[in-house]
Write a new protein. Structure first.
Lengths: 452, 427
């Protein structure tokens, strides 16, 4: 399967998308949130088959969907690939085991049934719709929280600065008043022989004028000082608007926590629904034949998975230029092994592992006969090291070569940096900014036809 | 008024020709007019510095008229996260190769210098890359005042915003430099006509076709594109190769010639992400003698790239693998210090590499500029199929291990799995 056309695909924050997508490496470029929304909408719309994403050959087969769009996570993609690679052998072993135990075998990859009311896929889609809406709500709340905390910080700084200013002014006026008072006392004590505060000569006849002037100045300073004293007292407590902001901050914080909880609840529900559509774990079987068949099926799956990881290791080595050397199975999925600064793989290495595993799974499944002619990628690129990201473009160009189409929905600047690698690229316009939905970008290598 | 300049206009493109100097330039519509107006002052300064040699040599009857063809400089390219004096080592390498090329050009003394695209590695190059180019162009203008520098933008020099002409447009203001950043441009130098077709114009379906100037003695086309020999039938606008005396191309990092007079010069450095694929290719630039119709390659000394012969080991022997890697890297003539090295390993399992990661690999990587290890998997394309008998035998073994089947395990396994041949491998 590959995307042929977008027919008014809707994603949050983006105007409906309409485009004809070509083969090769195709990019949809936008801001991080827009790119994430479009990626999710693209994959789920194709899976549900609502017509907004036209895929050649109709809706994706269940055994292909995780490989194409990454639905169900990396584990689902690896499992799907393992099933394709182990192929008829695994089907035969599972069928034999089902005959022995009387259980129904895991369904082989087959075209999907028509969507029904109680179809888990519809339920998942609905739950995902709710999840998207809750996530948007949470994002808005977090945005408001960031805004409020910024306002609180600013108001708080202003208040402290003003209080400090009032304190400083008050101290200055107190010093000045003390100085004037001591001069007045000196003049009072010295009488006409007291020295002039300006020239130092005896004041004589000017005594009265100077005394009046100093007293007036002292009174003025005392008055101003009293004003600053009141001002400082006013600023002793937090101003009203700061208190109001803090109250709002508390309310928004509570709303953020509530929103996060709601998102988590919906996520759990989605996880449960996704788990429900996956094959049930095998019940413990007492029959030794069934156990042997089960062990054989596990061996087949394990061998297939090992092949995928070996291929993924090769791709990861190429992307990281040797930082990741191979990929092994860990408790929580594939793990990068190699030489890492600091000794342990980082988020950038995990991102490479994820993409490499998806590409390897697609490749080997296709070689094993999966009807796969494209894939949608993007999220892991956001976490990659910039240099790795550039090498990833080469890996994706390769993938588009043997696969047919790779749709990269991304917020990175790869189209700017490697324009010649892309067959087609569009900039996602923001609905909020009133931009057009998709703007074609000038990409691709120029070609000349030599004649004569 | 426009004394000394005459205009000819044909369709969407226009060409301005200076009747005094014989230098002309063309473009489309109003932008060409703006460029021509802007260029008057610098043309006059160019003429002042312009001796008679260039014009004399670029006229009919000269014994040898040589143009230098450089491409894919990729200034600003950086890789491997290794720095010297605060700058990425590979960025310095690329800059160094360009400046060595400039020195070589000053020695060869061509009549014109052509840069066929991807001068920079990205449309928003670091300032250091701009400085490097400006320094190189300045040196060329000093050492070869008669030789114009003709630059054509490649995809890496082209902004994805259509109204942004790109960084190269800044160089267009320099005397003796013609930098076509977005629209095709015809430049006439004596009897030589050069058509610069920048990347953006090659993607434009409505762009005018590239046509030689029938009045010129020599016609030269410069662009950054893929092109194949006539028989290969590639896509894109048609170029009548026979109508051009030389087609200078950029875009292939390895020197290549689909026709004797249609050539890619290759990049000045190994700037791909897998440089060892070009390990055996010499890096440098071309000169083309318009009279003799002969190309000469001028190699440059660039950073050494070493692709070692594959190390063959048995799986599950990390100690031997470690010895072999150490031995092979020690045997590299001149050592691996400062080189870009590829070590290929055949036969080992991925986990065998754990014997290297502890200390040997970090030590080797500290010496080399970059060292990559690749597992060459001979079984990569081997059919992942197992015979049906293998599957049955394995099931029988599993059953026996579990105490089931007894002596009849094989028969029972065969009965369980049926007769159709299973296909997947087990190990």
């Amino acid at each position: 399967m590959r995307v042929v056309r977008l027919n008014g695909l809707r994603a949050a924050g983006v105007a409906p998308l309409d485009a004809v997508l070509e083969n090769g490496l195709v990019a949809l470029v936008g801001f991080p949130e827009e790119a994430a929304e479009v990626r999710r909408a693209l994959v789920w719309s194709a899976a549900v088959g609502d017509g907004a994403v036209e895929v050649d050959g109709g809706r994706p087969a269940p055994g292909v969907e995780p490989l194409w769009g990454g639905t169900g996570g990396l584990a689902a993609a690896l499992d799907a690939a393992a099933r394709w690679i182990a192929g008829p052998s695994l089907t035969r072993v599972e069928a034999a085991r089902a005959r022995v135990t009387g259980e129904s075998p895991a369904p082989p990859p087959a075209p999907p049934a028509e969507t029904a009311e109680g179809d888990p896929r519809v339920l998942i889609e609905n739950a995902l719709g709710e999840l998207r809406s809750r996530e948007r709500e949470l994002r808005d709340l977090r945005g408001e929280w960031a805004e409020v905390t910024g306002d609180i910080e600013q108001a708080s700084m202003e208040w402290l600065r003003e209080r400090q200013d009032a304190e400083t002014q008050l101290l200055a006026y107190r010093d000045r008043a003390r100085e004037l008072k001591s001069r007045l006392a000196e003049i009072q004590a010295g009488g006409p022989d007291a020295p002039c505060p300006t020239c130092g000569r005896p004041l004589a006849d000017h005594l009265k004028d100077v005394r009046v002037q100093l007293r007036e100045e002292w009174e003025s300073v005392v008055q101003d000082g009293l004003w600053w004293k009141r001002r400082r007292e006013q600023l002793e407590g937090k101003p009203e608007h700061l208190r109001a902001l803090e109250g709002r901050g508390v309310r928004v914080s509570a709303a953020v926590e509530g929103g996060a909880e709601r998102v988590e609840r919906v996520r759990t529900r989605v996880g449960d629904l996704e788990a429900a559509v996956e094959p049930r774990p095998r019940s413990d079987v007492a029959l030794p034949e069934a156990r042997a068949l089960g062990a054989l099926a596990d061996e087949l799956r394990g061998a297939a998975l090992a092949r995928v990881l070996r291929e993924a290791g090769r791709i990861a080595e190429r992307i990281t230029s040797g930082r990741v050397l191979w990929i092994r199975t860990g408790d929580r999925g594939p793990v990068a092994e190699g030489v890492f600064p600091g000794g342990v793989p980082l988020a950038r290495d995990r991102a490479v592992v994820e993409l490499a595993c998806r590409v390897a799974a697609a490749r080997l499944a296709r070689e094993a006969g999966a009807p796969l002619r494209g894939m949608v990628v993007g999220e892991s690129l956001e976490w990659m090291d910039p240099e790795d990201r550039l090498r990833t473009v080469d890996a994706l160009v390769d993938a588009a070569g043997w696969l047919g189409q790779v749709v990269l929905v991304t917020a990175t600047d790869l189209v700017e940096l490697r324009p010649e690698a892309f067959a087609q690229a569009f900039a996602l316009g923001s609905a909020a900014r009133g931009e057009g939905a998709l703007t074609p970008l000038p990409v691709g290598a120029a070609e000349l036809r030599l004649v004569g | 008024m426009w004394r000394g300049w005459s205009w000819c206009r044909s369709g969407r493109s226009s060409t301005a020709v200076c009747s005094r100097s014989g230098i002309g330039r063309g473009g489309t519509g109003r932008s060409a007019g703006r460029r021509t107006r802007r260029s008057r002052s610098r043309r006059s300064s160019h003429r002042r510095r312009d001796g008679t040699r260039s014009r004399r040599r670029l006229r009919r009857g000269a014994d040898a008229v040589v143009v230098a063809h450089l491409a894919d400089l990729h200034l600003g390219f950086s890789a491997y996260d290794r720095s010297e004096a605060g700058r990425n080592v590979r960025e310095l390498d690329v800059e160094g190769a360009f400046l060595r090329a400039v020195e070589e050009l000053a020695r060869i003394r061509p009549d014109a210098v052509i840069l066929a695209g991807d001068v920079f590695d990205r449309p928003d190059p670091p300032a250091s890359a701009l400085v490097a180019l400006a320094r190189g162009v300045e040196l060329l203008r000093e050492r070869l005042p008669d030789a114009p520098v003709l630059i054509c933008a490649g995809p890496r020099d082209t902004s994805r915003h259509r109204r942004d002409p790109g960084v190269l447009a800044a160089l267009d203001t320099l005397p003796g430099v013609e930098a076509a950043a977005d629209a095709p441009r015809s430049v006439r130098i004596g009897d030589l006509h050069v058509l610069l077709m920048p990347h953006r114009s090659t993607l434009d379906d409505e762009a005018p076709a590239a046509r030689p100037d029938p009045a010129a003695r020599w016609n030269l086309l410069v662009t950054h594109a893929r092109a194949d020999a006539p028989a290969a039938g590639s896509a894109g606008p048609a170029i009548d190769a026979a109508a051009w005396d030389y087609v200078a191309l950029g875009g292939e990092h390895v020197q290549r010639a689909p026709l004797p007079h249609v050539r890619w010069a290759g990049s000045l450095e190994r700037i791909g992400w897998r440089p060892w694929e070009e390990a055996l290719e010499e890096k440098g630039f071309l000169t083309w003698d318009l009279e003799a119709r002969r190309a000469t390659f001028h190699p440059l000394t660039v950073r050494a790239v070493v692709s070692l012969a594959p190390i063959r080991v048995q799986p599950g022997d990390p100690a031997r693998l470690r010895r072999r890697v150490r031995q092979l890297t020690d045997e590299v003539p001149g050592g691996i210090d400062g080189k870009i090295v590829l070590v290929r390993i055949q036969g080992a399992r991925p986990e065998d590499l754990s014997g290297l990661t502890e200390d040997l690999l970090p030590a080797l990587r500290a010496r080399a500029l970059h060292l990559s290890i690749v597992l060459v998997d001979q079984q990569r394309h081997a059919a992942p199929r197992a015979a049906a008998e293998d599957l049955k035998a394995r099931l029988a073994a599993l059953m026996q291990a579990d105490g089931a089947g007894g002596d009849d395990a094989h028969a029972r396994a065969a009965a369980l799995l049926g007769e159709a041949a299973p296909e997947a491998t087990i190990s």
